[in-house]
Design a protein around this ligand. Sequence first.
Ligand code: 13P
Length: 251
Amino acid sequence: MRKPFIAGNWKMYKTINEAIALTNGVKRELLDFDKADIVLCPPFTALSPVYELLMETEIKLGAQNLYWEKEGAFTGEVSCVMLKDAGCEFVILGHSERRKYFAETDESINKKIKSSLAIGLNPICCVGETLQEREAEKTIEVIKTQLTGCFKDLKIEDLLGTVVAYEPVWAIGTGKNATPAQAQEVHKFIRGWLTENFSSGFADNIRILYGGSVKPANIKELMKEADVDGALVGGASLEIASFTQIVKNAV
Ligand code: 13P
């Protein structure tokens, strides 16, 4: 059985004080909650203060990006070593907003994934099609290309702890989530692809999250699908009540 996995992607929201308030609220609501793996992904500036609050809990810390070199003259970038040092166990990589606004490609995402794995930071690898691609019936083809590029030259033993997130671009921040059947179709494809390219044992254990307008009201139905193991939550992770209700409704 795969343990449900719920991650909150705070994107570019929350000052340090706001992050502390949100983290304390989540902690209060989910104290002793062990039915799901919970990960908070604040912006870089709030990683350390949030980690201080999470240290004695089962809630994990994640970042939203990294640069693949360990250190060097790369102004404005943050490395896997720095994320580990700040207390991160996870890092979101390949998010569609990074692909769209910061020109990330499957090739650069692959480098980032390798860099995170090399230091034992678990990547949450995002894939997803645009509305145009879905309407042109290219969804599966797009997901396959992204998976192939992102996991290039990686072996099972490197990838243990990796999480995959299916985030259809048209569902992100739009209030229009994929239907459970639409999510299941892609999740099933992803698990099949992982079986084919790695092994069935590996594919059976990996958590595949759905992301895109996840709310307390739709998570239950999504989680009923065989291959939906959790959620990567954006907007609804910014409020204590909605995020903690999603976690509770997911199990
Ligand atoms: P929303 O939940 O705001 O649609 O965002 C989803 C997302 O991009 C999570 O990474």
